[in-house]
Each structure stands twice: as structure tokens, then as C-alpha cells.
Design a protein around this ligand. Structure first.
Ligand SMILES: Cc1ncc(C[n+]2csc(CCOP(=O)(O)OP(=O)(O)O)c2C)c(N)n1
Length: 322
């Protein structure tokens, strides 16, 4: 992989991490009232996949969508303003954290209804094929979506029609507080389920941004050649509670242990990439500090701007609500 690309991937992950951490801090102050599903710890899958896409490619996502929105180039200020419920937000303050969109960047839609965006992404891919456009659609979802029937209909239709769509499952082992091994027969794999539809399926370390990007680039290439769809399973882990800014152990929840969380924190995707860059003489730790300072500043500026932005007008509050 080219050095410039590695640096780009690292910087994108830093942007996302600072955005999420700073917003989590402000959430605790009750400044943000939308429910928020933070994706801290899961940055590499979003960044690795989106860096393989062009602007005209499109993505769809689920409730844990901040990473995907920012990785695809969604506007930072409009994202932060949306969480603050302001008119300048990407959904004019009406959608909140689970309804992010940026048509310029190719972030079409996100939704908290599990599986809902998957057939929509398949439809986008069908339109690319019918219009003979070389574009690709990506749909990000969690392991919980595999419990929804629509996933299987979508996989089958995409396979039959050979659509340019990439199904990306971020497997973080939990659906809210329910562990994967009681939702899936032990010993069975999602990749094997998807292969049964005749779809090339790959399992990758979702905390290794280089590994994700390598496999995602091949998937995109195959889709552009008319050999889609492709399925990617990225193994990863969310650090914070399912919804909200705290660690589960801070709230004395017992469905997973502090020890388990800390083990995954040791495999932080940003720390792994930081080490790779410094140990290979690509970017020294001192130089990395300047990146940290830059991303922290632009996120803090975006928060300040959102705090000062006007709310939607009361008489227009129900506009564009469905
Ligand atoms: C159709 C539907 N059923 C149930 C829910 C409630 N629900 C919201 S998030 C969630 C868990 C999702 O887990 P997963 O898909 O693995 O994503 P993660 O939250 O782990 O990123 C559930 C069951 C929902 N939003 N939609």
C-alpha cells in the first residue's frame, strides 16, 4: 500500500475518533438529545471500505452510522449540527444521529430499523446496472441484521441480478446486550451463509484498516467489472454502551465484562495503525501529534459552531417529518 494512502486512512480514523469522543463528552452534559450509538473502536472497517470508493459511489448505513458518514466524506459541521438538532444539520435537525445524509458525498441514507437500508442499497445497485453506470453501492450493517429476513431476500436478489453492491457486516459480537453465540449456532459462520447464495464472501480483521482496505478494494473492483455482489464480514468491537456515551461497566451492566472491553481496547485500530506508521518510518509519533491537534481542533470548532446555530423555527418543526 502507498504511504500516502496509509496516512490518509490514519487521518480519517483520527477525525472519526475525535468527533465521537468529543460528542460523547458533550452528550454527558445533556447538550445533545438524540439517541446516539457511538462507534468508537470500529473506525477501521468504515475507513478501510470507504477509502476504496469514489465520490459517486453510494453508501447506506444503520443506527451506528457516524463512522460511515464521516469516512465517506460527509460534512463534519452538518453532522455535528444534526446531533445538536439545529436547522443547519444534515437532516435540518429533524433526523438526529440515526438519519444522516450527505448526497454530495454519496451518503444516501441511514436508518435505525435493522435491515431497512439493505434492500434500498440493492435498489441503488440495480439502478446503476440499468443505467450502465460503473458505480458501486455499499450497505453497512451489524451482526444483528442477520436476524432479519430481508437480508436473505436482498442477498438472493443481488446475486441473481449480479448487482454492484457490497454487503458489509461489522460483527461486534453483540446485538444490544445479546451475545452472538446465542443468536447463531456455534461453529457456523456468516460467510458460509452468504456463500450459499453464490456470493463471494470474505472475513477480515475489522480493526486492521490496511487489511479491510485491501479486501474492500478487490470487492469494489469486482463490482465495477460486473462481478458483484460481494460480502465482507469485519470482526470488530464497540467500546461504549449500545446507545449512549458511557462504558457498560460505568453503569454496572453485566452482559459483558470490563476485562473483555479492555482486551479489545488493546487492539484499538488507531493505535495499531499509529504503531505501523511509526515503526516503519512513515510518520513519527511526534508528527502524529500534529494530526491529533488538528482533528481535535476542527471537531471542537464544529461543536462551537453547532452550539451557536439556530434551532428549526417552531412553525416549521414538522416539515419533512414522515
Ligand atoms: C427491525 C428492528 N428490530 C429491532 C430493533 C431494536 N434494535 C436496535 S439496535 C439493535 C441491535 C443491533 O445490533 P447490530 O445489528 O449487531 O448492530 P450494533 O448495534 O451492534 O452496531 C436492536 C435489536 C430495531 N431497531 N429494528
Amino acid at each position: 500500500m502507498q504511504k500516502d494512502l496509509m496516512i490518509e486512512l490514519f487521518k480519517k480514523m483520527l477525525l472519526i475518533r475525535y468527533a465521537e469522543q468529543i460528542l460523547a463528552d458533550h452528550y454527558k452534559l445533556q447538550e445533545i438529545r438524540t439517541p446516539v450509538h457511538f462507534g468508537i473502536g470500529q473506525e477501521a472497517s468504515a475507513v478501510g471500505v470507504c477509502a476504496a470508493l469514489r465520490q459517486e459511489d453510494v453508501i447506506f448505513s444503520h443506527h451506528r452510522c457516524h463512522n460511515h458518514y464521516l469516512a465517506k466524506g460527509g460534512d463534519l459541521n452538518r453532522f455535528v449540527a444534526e446531533l445538536y438538532g439545529r436547522e443547519s444539520g444534515c437532516s435540518q435537525g429533524r433526523g438526529g444521529s440515526v438519519h444522516l445524509t450527505d448526497s454530495q458525498a454519496g451518503v444516501v441514507a441511514t436508518s435505525a430499523i435493522l435491515g431497512q437500508m439493505i434492500p434500498v442499497a440493492v435498489g441503488a445497485a440495480l439502478s446503476f446496472k440499468m443505467d450502465k453506470k460503473p458505480n458501486v453501492a455499499v450497505t453497512f450493517f451489524g451482526d444483528g441484521s442477520f436476524d432479519e429476513g430481508i437480508v436473505y431476500e436482498s442477498l438472493n436478489y443481488a446475486a441473481i441480478q449480479k448487482l454492484p453492491v457490497i454487503f458489509v457486516c461489522e460483527n461486534n459480537l453483540y446485538s444490544t446486550e445479546t451475545k452472538l453465540d446465542i443468536r447463531k449456532k456455534p461453529g457456523t459462520e456468516f460467510v458460509d451463509r452468504v456463500k450459499a447464495f453464490g456470493i463471494p464472501s470474505y472475513k477480515v480483521d475489522g480493526n486492521d484498516v490496511i487489511a479491510v482496505h485491501t479486501v474492500a478494494s478487490k470487492a469494489v473492483e469486482e463490482c465495477r467489472k460486473g462481478n458483484g455482489p460481494v460480502f465482507l464480514e469485519c470482526d470488530t468491537y464497540r467500546w461504549l454502551e449500545h446507545v449512549g456515551p458511557y462504558f457498560d461497566y460505568e453503569l454496572h451492566r453485566t452482559y459483558r465484562t470490563q476485562e473483555e472491553i479492555e482486551q479489545w481496547q488493546e487492539r484499538c485500530p488507531i493505535a495499531l495503525m499509529s504503531k505501523h506508521l511509526s515503526e516503519n518510518g512513515i510518520v513519527s509519533l511526534t508528527e502524529q501529534e500534529t494530526y491529533h491537534a488538528y482533528y481535535e481542533k476542527i471537531v471542537r470548532d464544529a461543536v462551537l459552531q453547532a452550539q451557536l446555530s439556530p434551532w428549526p423555527a417552531t412553525e416549521a418543526i414538522l416539515n419533512n417529518i414522515y
